[in-house]
Design a protein around this ligand. Sequence first.
Ligand code: ADP
Length: 463
Amino acid sequence: MSLRAPRAGRGPTFAAAAAGLAVVAVLAAADRIDAAEAILAAAFVAFVTVIALMTAQRAVERHEAFLSVTAERANEPPPYPTLINALPDPVLVISATEPDDLTSRRYIFANSAARDLLRIELGEGLLVSAIRDPHVLHAVDEALFHGQDAEAVYETPGVQERILRAYARPLGLALDGRRLAILVFRDETEFHRVERTRVDFLANASHELRTPLASLSGFIETLRGHAKEDPGARERFLGIMQTQAERMRRLIDDLLSLSRIELNEHIAPSERVDLAAAVMDVVDAVAPLAHERGVTLDTKLPLRGALVIGDRDQLVQVVQNLVDNALKYSADGGVVRIAVEAGLSAEGAAAPRQPEGARLALLTPDLPQGPYAALTVRDEGPGIAREKLPRLTERFYRVEGQKSGERSGTGLGLAIVKHIANRHRGGLAVESGEGRGTTFTAYFPQAPAAAKAAPPAAVAKLS
Ligand code: ADP
């Protein structure tokens, strides 16, 4: 810190003193004043000089004291209201006098998060006009009048429901004898949402597993009972039991698969995988079933393939789930069109492909970073009503009317597709309408041009 400013006052003081003495000397030399007057004048100049020097010294000391206090304050935290105001959690300081008088409970400080939460304009006011929840008010009373820590759950009114935990803590007495307490809110909305999803998921998964299990137990009983001696019934029941056991196996496979994908969802894959080759593999695998049902699989793949940064098994799973669904919901003799396009921009990858029906983006990449390779699977099946589209990727969701019968599924396929696309930083869209068929498009960031050329994938047309 510079101390030069006040010290600079000494220079002019000495200069003025020297000038005064010089004038006295000149006047004495010129006999304009006598010796006694000269001594008196010199003494006066010396006196004035000493006074001026003392004043300058005081100014220096005061300035130094000011600088040292300022330096100390620079390391001090800002005042408490400023600090509390900056906290992201809502905080209120509450004062009260009479336990029986509700109007004596006032908040005497509310930080800006508390003002936003409780929609109050001022940092001061009647507590019951800011918070009406009886549980929170009770917790505050515990802190104010019984010196107890207390907490309560607070749900905000309105459409955008938030669930918060309110913590009340006693702060003792103010100087004027009022009781004080602090009330801090912590937002637990996300925690409750995750918890609800977990509980729903467990309930759904157990329900889905219990249904085939109950059917299996029922048939075992029948086979031991009246069907024991009936070879025809036995054969039929064993067939049903096999289907149910198969359904349970598929469910468990899908559940495990979903949990594995979710576990690694934050780790982007790094292999270079040809999406067109993955399509060829799946088409080869489902061709016999398609053939059996007279469904034509029409594939259109880029000749040079479509290299994406991906996990090969997971990409095959995406193709498999979308093609399985298209086949499952196609009428016998229908056509399923499977296409891969490469070198698309984010807009191109997400662009509509089916002229009729509604379109919905089920997943959009956070940071669109093209070019993308897109897989499109289109069928001529019953289609899906517009209002059902947003729920398609929910676990266990199945469009009503398609739940039972030969089109048995786990209701997890599209959830798996969405999580895989998300892990790949890709996107997913559906276009459909009742009676208009369905088109799913999944797209993935392409791998940068490789030193090694991609293996060419042939254009195939299978039936
Ligand atoms: P599932 O194993 O039941 O097929 P998915 O998660 O793959 O489960 O699909 C969820 C639901 O979406 C299906 O049950 C079905 O109602 C509907 N759906 C999916 N794909 C199609 C499609 N291509 N055509 C008509 N409905 C479909």
